[in-house]
Design a protein around this ligand. Structure first.
Ligand code: ATP
Length: 324
């Protein structure tokens, strides 16, 4: 049986906004588990509660309710013991010493984990090469570019040799080339059998690396599925219709109201996501009413970004329906 390494149970955290005194329920009952060796993508729109969740997992923020168990250790009861299993790369690279050089950071963190000097030096050399940091090894971290700092933070996390690596937005703000490089490094890290939780907005990271994703919206989990299954689910409900003539304004309005996930290209290429099997008949009725001809219907492939947008959009429309 596959071993469950991380259990996140009923986490809740609220804040009172300093200026407005308004209460924000940042995390509202988040639960999921992660198996050993699994790579989990933690997704959600801005402000959904991802960073707060990650910080609770590594014990930086104390939850109002709930707990996190890592390898049998409850973080909220025994944080120091739990931290022996975790490395976290948080936003702003808070795990680096900015007044030390790149190499000094690696030496310091390797020393922290009680390795012999020889073991340490070999590993540091390898990481400096692999992460293309060799040329900058004697630069102060504060003088390195954001991309270099991010790579160094990942190298430091690897050096710690922990079972679990938490990554908060590892490719945020990187240029395309460095983003790609970091993605390749993450792939290598994942192949080393680490258990990883990545919070990200970067969909190629999810598609390339994650087997499973937990999607959070307004502090709640709205999906917890294998990436492949989510893609299949939406692929079967995404269609491209080639129309014989353009839609009337009234039809376009009805279409937007009934099927918000639609896109019309060149007036006659309609890409649409349908939520239920019957929706295709409703769509045909809507088109037939004004004698719009459907020349062709094809199923379409969908990328993960579209899957994500669909899920968030669905949540929104459900919320609106339940208010009405
Ligand atoms: N220290 C704090 N004080 C007050 N409100 C906070 C604090 N930290 C987070 N929040 C609020 O809690 C909510 C969730 O924030 P969080 O940073 O966890 O979201 P996120 O999903 O990581 O967003 P992003 O992708 O923008 O980083 C937001 O509304 C945020 O404004």
């Amino acid at each position: 049986m596959e071993e469950i390494l991380i259990e996140v149970k009923g986490l809740k955290k609220g804040y009172k906004k300093r200026k407005t005194k308004e209460w924000v329920q940042a995390v509202d009952g988040v639960e999921f588990t992660v198996k050993r060796g699994e790579i989990l993508g933690l997704l959600g729109p801005n402000g959904a509660g991802k960073t707060t969740t990650i910080k609770m997992i590594c014990g930086l923020i104390v939850p109002d309710e709930g707990e996190v168990v890592i390898n049998g250790i409850t973080m909220q009861k025994n944080r120091l013991k739990g931290l022996e299993h975790i490395s976290a790369v948080l936003e702003g690279n808070r795990n680096l010493y900015w007044r030390l050089t790149a190499r000094e950071n690696l030496e310091y963190f390797a020393g922290n984990r009680g390795k012999s000097r020889k073991e340490k030096m070999g590993e540091i050399e390898e990481l400096l090469k692999e992460f293309k940091l060799k040329q900058k090894e004697n630069e102060l971290v504060s003088n390195l570019s954001r991309g270099m700092q991010q790579k160094l933070a990942l190298a430091v996390a690897l050096l710690a040799d922990s079972d679990v690596i938490l990554l908060d937005e590892p490719t945020l703000g990187l240029d395309i080339e460095t983003g790609y490089e970091v993605r390749q490094l993450l792939k290598k890290i994942s192949e080393a059998g680490k258990t990883i939780i990545i919070s990200t907005h970067d969909m190629p990271v999810v598609q390339d690396l994650c087997e499973r994703t937990v999607i959070i919206n307004n502090g709640k989990v709205i999906a917890d599925e294998k990436v492949e299954e989510l893609m299949n689910l939406f692929e079967t409900s995404a269609y491209v219709l080639t129309l014989g003539n353009e839609l009337t304004e009234q039809q376009q309005k009805e279409l937007d109201a009934k099927f918000p996930m639609n896109e019309l290209l060149d007036g006659t290429k309609l890409t649409i996501t349908l939520e239920q099997d019957n929706d295709i008949y409703d769509l045909m009725d809507l088109l037939k009413k004004e004698n719009t001809i459907i020349e062709k219907i094809d199923r379409t492939t969908i990328n993960f970004e579209e899957v994500f947008m669909n899920l968030i959009q669905e949540e929104k429309s459900h919320a609106i329906h339940s208010i009405n």
